[in-house]
Design a binder for this molecule. Structure first.
Ligand SMILES: Nc1nc2c(ncn2[C@@H]2O[C@H](COP(=O)(O)OP(=O)(O)OP(=O)(O)O)[C@@H](O)[C@H]2O)c(=O)[nH]1
Ligand SMILES: [Mg+2]
Length: 441
């Protein structure tokens, strides 16, 4: 197909045929995966007009699917007047070229689709930079028409605005096709990495400034109900919607656990099976909260038939991010709409410590609050701590998080007998190193 045409195509309102391959011995179910691709395509604004699934021993190096299937695909494209084909896997640039010339339609792969959704949802400066970097690194070898906007950026001395996020659907019509210049791309990549690293540093400082709080992060598959739960537990008022990747930016709010205890709760971007690696890499800053959290609440959509697969996919992404070792509590959400109790029982057998909840009905949320409170404070003990009187923040911290039984002042310090959770005590000492614990009573 013409390069210009490719550069100007948008997934929005395209009539799309979906194509999946189920390899023998593959761990994921092909039909289920295609359904998810359908939800992704619809989230991107495409109209899915047909789907095809082929079972094979291995992918065809030239066309990914078999040659006979390509013929069938061409017929279906004609029959439905489709203009877009979406493959449920990552294709090589050569496969995309071969398929496009055979089908006379735009061909994109799963990662490109996910990147396109991210690009259309990114609202903040930071999210836009992160998506642009991921797109450049992933899509660059696949999209021959994209250098035009890069030249424009390079010429204008950099900067990212709404129209130059890059990728499918974001480039305006009538742009001049220029020669491919890899140096322009690599300059832009370097520039983006530098800007993102700067944000990263700022993020780390922000996260460090929250160290005196207990940080809890919501993680989970996209559409599991993380934002809904955030809204149910705090007054965050974040967007919750029945579409994939509704949330891209991190929001942090205080969650009051009762008895004066509170934690910081963060809601962030959802995960998906085979999340493009470049996205995970560039969203590291956004996911910093999750990486540094004291506790992860892993929200699972228990009403989904693929709840278990989704749960495992999330665990894999957490491993990628290096936070698989963080303390985690699994929440089986949406129990208000469970179509079958046996489904929940199977999940509970696999996840014996998981807590069934509903962000909508509020079921299980009191129990959740109680569990988080216990995890935050640890077992209570009676100790005496000495603090310098000048350290008002440390004193405020201990007053807020423990029961003060007695206090004795001398010139520069105060000794307090308190009943306090062991973890709170650890946090006190880590955050305020001048504090001394004198004795356990
Ligand atoms: N029935 C029911 N629906 C729920 C529950 N929690 C969330 N939902 C619905 O599930 C959909 C997704 O909810 P969100 O809170 O946006 O999910 P999310 O995990 O934040 O999704 P992303 O931000 O896209 O990753 C919305 O349509 C919610 O109304 C629940 O407890 N019960
Ligand atoms: Mg959300």
């Amino acid at each position: 197909m013409e390069i210009d045409q490719r550069a100007n195509l948008t997934v929005q309102r395209e009539r799309a045929v979906l194509v999946g391959l189920e390899l023998r011995g593959a761990e994921h179910d092909g039909v289920e995966s295609l359904r998810e691709l359908e939800a992704l395509a619809e989230s991107a604004g495409a109209v899915v007009v047909d789907m095809m699934l082929q079972r094979r021993d291995r992918a065809d190096p030239q066309y990914y699917i078999g040659k006979g299937k390509v013929e069938e695909l061409i017929a279906r494209i004609e029959q439905h007047a489709a203009d877009l084909v979406i493959f449920d896997d990552d294709l090589s640039p050569a496969q995309i070229r071969e398929l496009e010339s055979a089908c006379k339609a735009m061909v994109i792969d799963r990662s490109e689709l996910i990147l396109d959704i991210f690009a259309s949802r990114a609202r903040t400066h930071e999210a836009r930079l992160q998506v642009e970097l991921a797109q450049l690194e992933y899509t660059a070898p696949r999209l021959r028409g994209m250098w035009t906007h890069l030249e424009r950026i390079a010429g204008a001395g950099g900067g990212t605005g709404a129209g130059v996020v890059g990728g499918i659907g974001t480039r305006g019509p009538g742009e001049r096709q220029i020669e491919i210049d890899r140096r322009i791309v690599s300059r832009r990549v370097t520039q983006l990495k530098r800007q993102i690293a700067e944000i990263d540093r700022r993020k780390v400082r922000q996260v460090q400034s929250r160290e005196e709080h207990f940080n809890v992060s919501l993680v989970g598959y996209t559409n599991a109900g993380k934002s809904s739960l955030m809204n149910a537990l705090t007054d965050a008022g974040v967007v919750a919607a029945d579409r994939l990747f509704a949330t891209l930016d991190t929001k942090t709010r205080k969650w009051k656990l009762g008895g004066g205890d509170e934690v910081l709760l963060s809601d962030t971007v959802g995960f998906i099976r085979r999340l493009p690696h470049h996205l995970v890499a560039s969203f590291r800053a956004t996911l910093e909260e999750a990486i540094n959290a004291d506790l992860l609440l892993h929200v699972v959509d228990a009403s989904s038939p693929s709840a278990w697969d989704q749960c495992q996919a999330v665990t894999r992404v957490l491993q990628d991010l290096g936070c698989a070792g963080n303390r985690t509590l699994v929440l089986l959400n949406k129990i208000d709409v469970l179509w079958d109790d046996s489904h929940l029982r199977v999940l509970q057998q696999r996840l014996p410590d998981a807590l069934p909840i509903s962000a909508h009905s509020g079921a299980g949320l009191d129990e959740l609050t109680k569990m988080v409170r216990e995890m935050m404070t640890g077992p209570s003990q009676r100790v005496t701590v000495r603090l310098t009187t000048a350290d008002g923040r440390a004193i405020a911290f201990i007053e807020r998080h423990s029961q003060v039984l007695d206090r004795r002042y001398d010139t520069h310090s105060v000794e307090m007998d308190v009943v306090v959770g062991s973890l709170v005590l650890n946090r006190l000492q880590a955050t305020f190193p001048t504090t001394t614990v004198l004795r356990s009573a």
